[in-house]
Design a protein around this ligand. Structure first.
Ligand SMILES: Nc1ncnc2c1ncn2[C@@H]1O[C@H](COP(=O)(O)OP(=O)(O)OP(=O)(O)O)[C@@H](O)[C@H]1O
Length: 919
C-alpha cells in the first residue's frame, strides 16, 4: 500500500543490528489523511535514509508499496524492497533538471537563474534533435537537414555561422543516427544487412542507410516500434519531461557531444533512467536506456581513440531508479522553502566546467560560498532582498502551475470541462498526415461547451485520459464546431486539455537575474529608489508633437526626454495607442532604435497598425505565425532562411515589435535598443516588464493600473505591476491622458469619478454628446427602461454556481430589444464575470459575449453587463472593482447593467454604481 501525508516528525538516521547485519534506518511520522488523520510512523531503511536526511517537518512524504509494521502498541509502516520514497510528490521536477543536478547542483541553479543563452552548441543540438525526429517520422535525410538548418537560419545568422558549414556538421552528426537506426532495423530481422553504426561515417554510406531506413518506414512505421518526442508526467515521482524517442518502449536520448568511453556518461544515464521510471509508472517494462552520441561518428578514427560507436546501451535496474528518485528528492527538498539557491556544490571539477564564469559571477553577486570562486562585489542589501523576495514569489507561482498539472489527473474529465480547462467528449473525425511526418487531427464538438483554449495555443490532445492514456502536445489550428489540432504523432482525439507551462516562470527568473545580477548599475539606482528619474530639457519653442491634445503631447515629450523612464497613464479610450505610435516616430526621428512591446500579441499588432496609420512603415514584427495578426504577416520576421540575411534583417530594424514574453527568448535577449516602449504595462508583472526593459537603455511604460492587473495565479508581489509601483513612487515621471475619445459623457461619469478623481473628460463635444440616434436608432423604439444611455435592469434571477439562467434570459431580451430598435448586432457586446454565465448567455444570443479579460482593449456601441450575483455579494462577483471599470468603459453610446439590485446595493461601490445607473 501507499502511505502519503505531511511530515510531522523526522527522526535521526541510526544504525541497528538486524539478522542481515548492520543497517541504517530513520523513523518519520506522517499524517496519512492530511490534518484529519492520526499520525503514523514510517521507517525508511537503507539508502532511503538519504531522503530522510533531506526531509523536513511540513513536507509531503509518499512511500509506495509500504508494508505494515506493527510492533509494540504502535501502528506503523516500513519500506519494502519494492518501495520508493518520494518527497513533495506534487513538486514536478524536470528530467533535465535532475540531469544537471547530478552533474553539479550549481549547474541546476545557474540554468534556472540565467536561462539558456544563444550559443552554437545549443542551436546545433536543437537542429540535430529535429533531424532525429524527422528521421524517425520517415523524412528524407537531406530534405530534413535542408529544412531544419533553414528553420534555424536566424539564430545561426546571429551567431555568425554559414549555412553550408552547419549543414556539414549536422550531416556528420546525423550519420550516427542513420547508422544506428539501420542497426535497429537489423535487429528486427530486416534485410538492411551491413548497415552497422560504425560504417556510417561518410556521407555516401549515410545516404544508403537512409534509403534502407526509409524503406522500412514506407510500409508504415510500426507504432509500437518507434515514437519520436514523448511527453511524460509522473504523478507518483513528481517528475516530468520529454523523451527524445522511444524504441520498443525503451527510452532513447540523443547527445550531440562525443563520448569515447564504453559506458554512457553518468548524468546522461540518469536522464534516460528518469524516462524509464516514468514509462514504468505507465505500465511499461523499460529496463534498457540508450544514449546516442552523435559526434562519435564525426571523429577521425586516426586521431580519436576509445569506443567510437555512437550508441551506448545500459540496463536500468531498481538500484538506479531508486538513485534517480533520491536525487529528485534532493531537488524537491532544496526548493521546499523557496529561498534563493545557496552555494552548495557537488564534488565537481570546476576547471573543466563551461559554466565556471557564470557560476563565479552569481556567487560573487549573491555572496555565496563557491568552490569555483567569486567575481565582483556583493549586491547591496536592498537588491538582495528584492532578488530573494522575487525569487520566492516566482517559485510560489511555479507551485500554482504545478497545481494546474495535478488537475490533469486529479480531476475527472467532467470537472475539468466545468473548470473550462478541457474540451471533452469530442468525436474523432480524422487523423491525416500533413507532411514532415506531422499529423492533423480533426474532431467534432458534441456540446457547445466553452473553455480557456484558444486557436494558436499549445494543448494536450488525448484519447480521453491525458495523464495515463495516449496524449500528444499539439497546436490548435481551429476551434469551432470542429476542432483541428496538429501533432507529431496521431492520437484519437477525444479530449483537448489546457497544458500548463512553466515557460513564463522560467523567463521571469531570467529577467530578474539579468536585471539584478547583470543589469546596469545606473538603472538599478533609479529602480531601487536611490535617485530620482531624470529628464532632459526640450527647446521651449520646439513644435508640439500632437497639437489637439495637451496631455498626449506632454506624454510624448516625457517619453522623448526621459533619461531613465517615463510613464504614460492612459484611462480607457484616451488614445494610448495613438500616443504610442507618435512616441515611436519621435524616437526614431531622433535616431533611436526602439523596442515596441506589450503583454499581448493583439496590443503589439494594434500599436503597429497605429504606426501604419501615421504612415510609418519601417517596423519588424517578431512573433510566431499563429500569434501575429494576418495584416502584419508582411512585416513579420521569418526565422527560416539564409543565416546572414535573416540576422541582417533583425539587426538593421530600427523598430522591433514583440510581446514581452518573446523578449525573453534567446534571440531577443541578444538584441539591444535605445528605448523599450511597453504597452499594457499595468497587466504585466514586474519581472515580465523587465524582460523588455532589460534590452534597452531607457524605457517608457504605458498602462492603467485602474484596469486589469497582472495575470498571475499566486497571491503575492507579482500582482503589482512595475508600472503601478513606479507611478506611485514617481508621479512626476508620469502623464495622465485625461481626454477620452470613446464614451458619452453620461457613460464615462462613474468611471471618471470612481477611478480617476473626476479628471477624465470627453475629448470633444461630439464624443460627449453621442447617442444611439447617431446610429439611426430612434430611442422611442426601445422599451422605456432602456431609453437612457445608462440603464439598469433587475431580472429577479437566482444565482446557480457561476451562472444565472434567468438573468441570462433577460440579457438576451435586452439584446433583442436593441436589435429590434435598429442597432447592428455587431455593435453590441455582452460582458459577464464568469465563463459559465458567458456560455449561458451565448446559448441565447448571437452577439459577442465574453469575460472582461477578453474585452480589455476593445469597445462596442452598446454594452450589456451581467453581474450574476444575487442576494448578497459574499460570493465572488467581478473579483475586483478594476474589472468593473473595464466592463463599464467598453460602451460608447449605450450601457445596460443587468443584475440583482439587492445584492449590488449591499456594497458601497456597487451601490454608487446603481445610483448612477438609475439616475
Ligand atoms: N489626438 C487625437 N486626435 C484625434 N483622435 C484621436 C487622438 N487620440 C486618439 N484618437 C482617436 O481616439 C480613438 C481611441 O484611441 P486609441 O485606440 O489610441 O485608444 P486607447 O487608449 O489605445 O484605447 P484602449 O482604452 O482601448 O486601450 C481612436 O479612434 C483614435 O484615432
Amino acid at each position: 500500500m501507499n502511505v502519503r501525508g505531511p511530515l510531522v516528525a523526522v527522526g535521526e538516521v541510526r544504525q541497528v543490528s538486524t539478522r542481515y547485519g548492520e543497517r541504517d534506518l530513520a523513523e518519520l511520522t506522517v499524517r496519512p489523511d492530511g490534518e484529519a488523520g492520526e499520525p503514523v510512523t514510517v521507517t525508511l531503511w537503507g539508502k532511503w535514509t538519504h531522503t530522510a536526511e533531506h526531509a523536513e517537518v511540513g513536507m509531503e512524504l509518499l512511500v509506495t508499496d509500504a508494508e505494515r509494521d506493527d510492533y509494540g502498541d504502535r501502528e506503523g509502516y516500513t519500506t519494502s524492497s519494492e518501495s520508493y520514497v518520494v518527497l513533495e510528490p506534487d513538486f514536478l521536477v524536470d528530467v533535465t533538471d535532475v540531469r544537471s543536478w547530478v552533474q553539479c547542483p550549481r549547474m541546476y541553479y545557474l540554468n534556472k537563474l540565467s536561462g539558456i543563452p544563444l550559443n552554437y552548441p545549443v542551436v546545433k543540438g536543437t537542429v540535430v534533435h529535429e533531424v532525429f525526429g524527422d528521421l524517425l517520422r520517415g523524412v528524407d535525410l537531406e530534405e530534413s537537414i535542408d529544412d531544419r538548418v533553414a528553420e534555424a537560419g536566424l539564430e545561426l545568422g546571429l551567431l555568425g555561422m554559414e549555412r553550408e558549414e552547419v549543414k556539414n556538421e549536422v550531416r556528420r552528426n546525423a550519420a550516427a543516427i542513420e547508422g544506428w537506426l539501420n542497426q535497429g532495423t537489423l535487429a528486427t530481422g530486416d534485410d538492411a544487412a551491413g548497415a552497422a553504426a560504425g560504417s556510417a561515417s561518410d556521407d555516401a554510406t549515410a545516404d544508403d542507410n537512409a534509403t534502407a531506413a526509409r524503406s522500412e518506414w514506407d510500409g508504415g512505421p510500426d507504432e509500437s516500434e518507434w515514437r519520436s518526442e514523448y511527453t511524460l508526467i509522473s504523478p507518483t515521482f513528481g517528475i516530468k519531461g520529454r523523451a527524445d524517442a522511444l524504441r520498443r518502449g525503451q527510452p532513447v536520448e540523443l547527445k550531440t557531444g562525443k563520448n569515447t568511453n564504453r559506458e554512457p556518461r553518468f548524468q546522461d544515464k540518469i536522464q534516460a533512467a528518469c524516462y524509464a521510471l516514468l514509462l514504468r509508472e505507465r505500465g511499461g517494462d523499460a529496463d534498457t536506456g540508450t544514449l546516442l552520441y552523435t559526434k562519435n561518428t564525426a571523429l577521425d578514427r586516426g586521431e580519436a581513440s576509445g569506443d567510437l560507436s555512437p550508441a551506448k546501451e545500459f540496463s536500468v535496474g531498481k538500484g538506479l531508479l531508486e538513485f534517480v528518485v533520491r536525487q529528485r528528492n534532493e531537488i524537491a527538498a532544496a526548493e521546499f522553502d523557496m529561498s534563493v539557491p545557496t552555494g552548495y556544490e557537488a564534488d565537481a571539477t570546476c576547471e573543466y566546467c563551461f559554466e565556471q564564469d557564470a557560476c563565479m559571477v552569481v556567487s560573487g553577486r549573491l555572496d555565496q560560498e563557491s568552490k569555483a570562486g567569486q567575481i565582483g562585489t556583493a549586491l547591496p542589501e536592498e537588491e538582495r532582498e528584492y532578488f530573494e523576495g522575487t525569487y520566492r514569489a516566482l517559485e510560489e507561482e511555479r507551485r500554482e502551475t504545478h497545481a494546474e498539472y495535478r488537475k490533469l489527473w486529479e480531476q475527472t474529465a467532467e470537472e475539468r470541462a466545468a473548470d473550462d480547462r478541457a474540451l471533452i467528449d469530442l468525436e474523432p473525425i480524422s487523423e491525416a498526415p500533413i507532411g514532415d511526418g506531422r499529423w492533423r487531427l480533426t474532431a467534432r464538438k458534441t456540446t457547445d461547451a466553452v473553455s480557456k483554449l484558444r486557436e494558436g495555443d499549445v494543448a494536450l490532445a488525448s484519447d480521453g485520459d491525458p495523464a495515463s492514456g495516449h496524449s500528444e502536445l499539439g497546436r490548435i489550428k481551429h476551434l469551432g464546431g470542429e476542432v483541428v489540432v496538429e501533432t507529431d504523432e496521431p492520437v484519437e482525439l477525444h479530449r483537448l486539455d489546457v497544458y500548463p507551462s512553466e515557460l513564463s516562470v522560467s523567463r521571469m527568473h531570467t529577467a530578474v537575474h539579468d536585471f539584478v545580477l547583470k543589469g546596469d548599475p545606473d538603472r538599478k539606482d533609479v529602480l531601487f529608489g536611490r535617485r530620482e528619474p531624470e529628464f532632459s530639457a526640450r527647446a521651449g519653442d520646439a513644435a508640439p508633437f500632437i497639437d489637439n491634445n495637451e496631455a498626449q503631447n506632454a506624454a510624448v515629450e516625457k517619453a522623448v526626454t526621459a533619461e531613465d523612464f517615463a510613464l504614460v497613464h492612459g484611462p480607457p479610450g484616451t488614445g494610448k495607442t495613438y500616443t504610442i505610435a507618435r512616441i515611436v516616430r519621435a524616437l526614431v526621428e531622433r535616431g533611436d532604435r526602439v523596442l515596441l512591446s506589450a503583454f499581448t500579441n493583439r496590443a503589439v499588432d494594434n500599436a503597429l497598425e497605429a504606426l501604419r496609420e501615421q504612415r510609418f512603415t519601417d517596423a519588424l514584427r517578431v512573433g510566431t505565425e499563429t500569434g501575429v495578426r494576418g495584416d502584419m504577416q508582411d512585416i513579420r520576421l521569418v526565422a527560416r532562411g539564409e543565416p546572414n540575411d535573416r540576422a541582417a534583417t533583425l539587426n538593421s530594424a530600427s523598430v522591433v515589435a514583440a510581446t514581452t514574453s518573446s523578449c525573453g527568448s534567446r534571440t531577443m535577449r541578444e538584441q539591444t535598443f535605445d528605448v523599450a516602449l511597453v504597452d499594457e504595462a499595468s497587466q504585466l508583472t514586474e519581472p515580465g516588464t523587465l524582460a523588455a526593459a532589460n534590452l534597452a537603455d531607457r524605457f517608457v511604460l504605458v498602462g492603467d493600473h485602474e484596469q486589469l492587473p497582472p495575470v498571475v495565479r499566486a497571491e503575492n508581489r507579482l500582482r503589482e505591476s512595475l508600472f503601478q509601483r513606479l507611478i506611485e513612487a514617481h508621479p512626476d515621471a508620469g502623464v495622465l491622458l485625461d481626454r477620452q475619445y470613446r464614451m458619452s459623457q453620461r457613460i464615462q461619469a462613474f468611471s471618471s469619478r470612481e477611478f480617476y478623481d473626476g479628471k477624465l473628460r470627453p475629448a470633444t463635444p461630439e464624443v460627449a454628446g453621442q447617442t444611439l440616434a447617431d446610429l439611426g436608432v430612434d430611442t422611442d423604439d426601445l422599451p422605456p427602461d432602456l431609453r437612457d444611455s445608462v440603464a439598469f435592469v433587475d431580472p429577479s434571477g437566482a444565482r446557480e454556481g457561476n451562472a444565472n439562467p434567468i438573468e441570462a434570459d433577460r440579457v438576451a431580451e435586452v439584446v433583442d430589444a436593441y436589435v429590434a430598435a435598429g442597432v447592428d448586432p455587431d455593435d453590441i457586446g455582452v460582458i459577464a464575470p464568469f465563463r459559465a454565465q458567458v456560455a449561458e448567455i451565448g446559448r441565447r444570443t448571437d452577439v459577442t459575449v465574453d469575460t472582461v479579460d477578453r474585452f480589455q482593449g476593445s469597445s462596442k456601441e452598446v454594452i450589456v453587463v451581467s453581474f450574476v450575483a444575487t442576494g448578497d455579494l459574499s460570493s465572488p462577483i467581478f473579483e475586483d472593482t478594476r474589472r468593473v471599470n473595464v466592463a463599464l468603459t467598453r460602451a460608447k453610446k449605450a450601457l445596460c447593467l443587468v443584475g440583482d439590485a439587492e445584492a449590488l446595493g449591499s456594497e458601497p461601490f456597487y451601490a454608487r454604481m446603481l445610483d448612477w445607473a438609475r439616475r
